[in-house]
Write a protein that binds this ligand. Structure first.
Ligand code: NAP
Length: 294
């Protein structure tokens, strides 16, 4: 068997076009221009790349993009003061504090400072709690993108056996809630799980969010299963250049799975597209408008 490749890049492009149409509608019908503010502290090169593409894609969707850079030496109070200003700014509907933050700054404290109504990363405990209790919430972007990708393969996830490998607050845990909301049967595996290959082999849907290059092997996959690979791992190639691989051994797994996301070009592009979706959703909610069509 050769798996169908789930083209996250193309699906994200189509989603961004729908976001742009929704932004145009909000501007035209309600004179609302959704705005996303990104806070980058320090010089982490990977974060700088992410922030550049977020700003570019925000502007391309017709939204306002506000970039705020603070030096590596910024204090917690500096970041809190900036977040406070953005919370109060009516032109800003979404706030994202780029992680990781420099050592002197408590990340959770900064995430807790973001107004939950503008928390487009969905990391605030209020949004995590709302998601867990089935209330409307801003949902973390990567898990949201994972569900959208799975639903390009299966119109309904109802009754499916889903196994998530990884239980982080930003990927694994929100995925539990999103899959339950789709009526899937959910198992969450982690570093203390016994016989992980036997657990993943039961799954119709496998979500790998571990951060270990190519850990999930072909033999761990049930024939025909759908595999969503969240991992982004940089490996040094023989030519000295970095190579990016996922948490799934793609060459092996694509011979067994029914459908699989590649890395790069799978979940990654969906994360930023879903950030734009969340910004439009936040702009609507803040202005008392119904949930938009994206
Ligand atoms: P994380 O916070 O480090 O969590 C990793 C999870 O994997 C933990 O729950 C850990 O278990 C589990 N784990 C580690 N080793 C394991 C093993 N040998 N067997 C089973 N489980 C194991 O990672 P994360 O932030 O969720 O990120 C996961 C991956 O996704 C990374 O590669 C990251 O770069 C990538 N990512 C990609 C995107 C995107 O946009 N595509 C977004 C976010 C993250 P314990 O809880 O027991 O320690």
């Amino acid at each position: 068997m050769t798996a169908r490749i789930i083209d996250g890049k193309a699906i994200a492009t189509e989603l961004r076009a729908r976001v742009a149409a929704e932004v145009a509608r909000l501007k035209h019908e309600h004179k609302i221009e959704p705005g996303l503010a990104v806070v980058l502290v320090g010089e982490n090169p990977a974060s700088a790349v992410y922030v550049r593409s977020k700003s570019k894609q925000t502007a391309e969707a017709g939204m306002r993009s506000f970039d705020h850079r603070l030096p590596e030496t910024a204090s917690e109070n500096d970041v809190l003061a900036l977040v406070g200003k953005l919370n109060a700014d009516p032109a800003v509907h979404g706030i994202l504090v780029q992680l990781p933050l420099p050592r002197q700054i408590d990340s959770q404290k900064m995430l807790n400072a973001v107004d939950p109504a503008k928390d487009v990363d969905g990391f605030h405990p209020v949004n995590a709690g709302r998601l867990a209790t089935g209330l409307p919430a801003l949902t973390p972007c990567t898990p949201l993108g994972c569900i959208m990708l799975a639903k390009t393969v299966h119109a309904s996830l109802e009754g499916m056996e889903a196994v998530i490998v990884g239980r982080s607050n930003i990927v694994g845990k929100p995925l539990i809630q999103l899959l339950l909301a789709e009526n899937a049967t959910v198992t969450v595996a982690h570093s203390k799980t016994r016989d992980l290959p036997a657990v993943t082999r039961r799954a119709d849907l496998v979500f790998a969010a571990v951060g270990r290059p190519e850990m999930v092997r072909g033999g761990w996959i049930k024939p025909g299963a759908t595999v969503i690979d969240v991992g982004i791992n940089r490996l040094a190639g023989a030519d000295g250049k970095n190579r990016i691989v996922g948490d799934v051994a793609f060459d092996e797994a694509s011979k067994v799975a029914g459908a699989i996301t590649p890395v790069p070009g799978g979940v990654g592009p969906m994360t930023i597209a879903c950030l734009l979706v969340n910004t439009v959703r936040a702009a609507c909610a803040i202005n008392g408008l119904p949930k938009p069509g994206v």
